[in-house]
Design a protein around this ligand. Structure first.
Ligand code: ATP
Length: 216
């Protein structure tokens, strides 16, 4: 399927889920078209960037008309593999891990946490948000090839050794919520989200650049 898709720059690809979520809501509310100005306001990306992004999708907005919502939606669905569920494993069913299991992302896109691991015997054998929690010892036995992504919500000191085991089992992407910097082979993608640092940096910006809006 992806063979027929044009190659999209990484920065554009990162904005796709944002556009997709907004357009899905528009479509659900019965809107047929949308201007780049409206989109810009809603997703907080400047309209020149939106127009450039959308030109990669073969969606050329018409002056006074805007973009066709259903065309864009079907493009995004194909590009983001929305018809296929990406299965995800989560390691570390603490406060953060539990929140993710309960949330489970299905409202926004087709990624689904299908199993979780922990070392705490009180958690092993339970289900959280409908997701079974297994002992970490069972990681090698249970992670199968449909699972390409893992979420790490363990204490920092446990992160690297678990990462090594996940990579060994063929995981391709890791969403790392621990403060640990992970070493992985080149073909593995790690997205690092340190919530404490994000919060600190937000507070820093508010204090030091109070009048500027976001510079993302
Ligand atoms: P959070 O940081 O998610 O708020 P917490 O404060 O509840 O977590 P942490 O000590 O950070 O607890 O541990 C998160 C979870 O990771 C706990 O459920 C803990 O049992 C689990 N955990 C700890 N060490 C390991 C490990 N080596 N492998 C897997 N899970 C682990």
């Amino acid at each position: 399927m992806s063979n027929e898709q044009p190659k999209i720059p990484q920065a554009t690809a990162k904005r796709l889920p944002l556009y997709y979520r907004f357009l899905k809501n528009l479509y659900a509310s019965g809107k047929q078209r949308v201007s780049s100005a409206e989109l810009s306001e809603a997703v907080k990306v400047d309209s020149a960037t939106i127009r450039r992004d959308f030109s990669y999708f073969g969606a050329l907005g018409k002056k006074g008309y805007g973009y066709n919502v259903s065309y864009l939606l079907s493009f995004f669905r194909k590009t983001l593999d929305q018809d296929e569920i990406t299965e995800v494993a989560l390691v570390g069913v603490g406060n953060l891990g539990t929140a993710f299991l309960n949330y489970n992302f299905m409202k926004n896109n087709n990624t689904k946490i299908v199993m979780a691991f922990d070392v705490d015997q009180a958690k092993v054998g339970t289900e959280v948000g409908g997701v079974p929690v297994y002992h970490l010892n069972q990681l090698e036995e249970l992670i199968h090839e449909q699972i390409s992504v893992a979420i790490l919500t363990v204490p920092a000191h446990a992160a690297q050794s678990i990462t090594d085991r996940l990579v060994q089992k063929g995981i391709k992407g890791i969403l790392n919520f621990t403060p640990a910097r992970l070493n992985v082979p080149e073909n593995i993608r790690v997205h690092h989200i340190d919530l404490a640092i994000e919060l600190q940096s937000l507070v820093y910006f508010l204090k030091n650049y109070p009048s500027e809006s976001n510079g993302v």
